[in-house]
Design a protein. Structure first.
Length: 153
């Protein structure tokens, strides 16, 4: 099948808390992948990926899937939306075609990203509709104090 399951991992897997699964170059899978630890994909995967930890997409990795993970590290290509609850890292060989939601984004020079980016942190409260209307209308949002010093001008 081309899949290796290992607790040892490579040097990058050791840094990420141990590699749980490895889908090697030349392998092709389709379906729904769900895991709790770190998985590295160097082959082709189509479907949906869900993780509680880290997904590493190697340089030869080709993903056609929506991804939901704590941390996503991309060196290959992804066609699909990515939701990273902690961090998304795009290495110089990364190619992303899809929308991204991540509170932290690291992009190396050379990476290609085509889509929309949202960086709201999960602990941030979304502004109320009244606040948005006040800001869009040019006024101050309600219940906000002017923080400028009131001394000499």
């Amino acid at each position: 099948m081309g899949t290796e399951m290992s607790r040892q991992g490579s040097s990058s897997g050791a840094e990420l808390g141990g590699l749980t699964a490895f889908i090697d170059q030349g392998s092709s899978f389709e379906g729904k992948l769900s895991f709790k630890d770190t998985v590295r994909i160097d082959g082709h995967f189509a479907g949906e990926i869900s993780s509680e930890n880290t997904l590493v997409i190697g340089e030869t990795g080709e993903i056609e899937a929506d991804i939901h993970s704590k941390t996503v590290i991309v060196s290959g290509s992804v066609a699909g939306d990515i939701t990273a609850t902690r961090q998304l890292v795009l290495h110089k060989t990364a190619r992303i075609q899809g929308n991204v939601q991540a509170p932290s984004l690291v992009v190396e020079e050379g990476a290609v990203f085509n889509g929309q980016l949202g960086m709201a942190r999960p602990d941030q409260k979304k502004p109320s509709a009244a606040s948005l209307k006040a800001v869009e209308g040019g006024g101050k949002p309600p219940a906000q104090n002017d923080a400028r010093p009131q001394g000499r001008r």
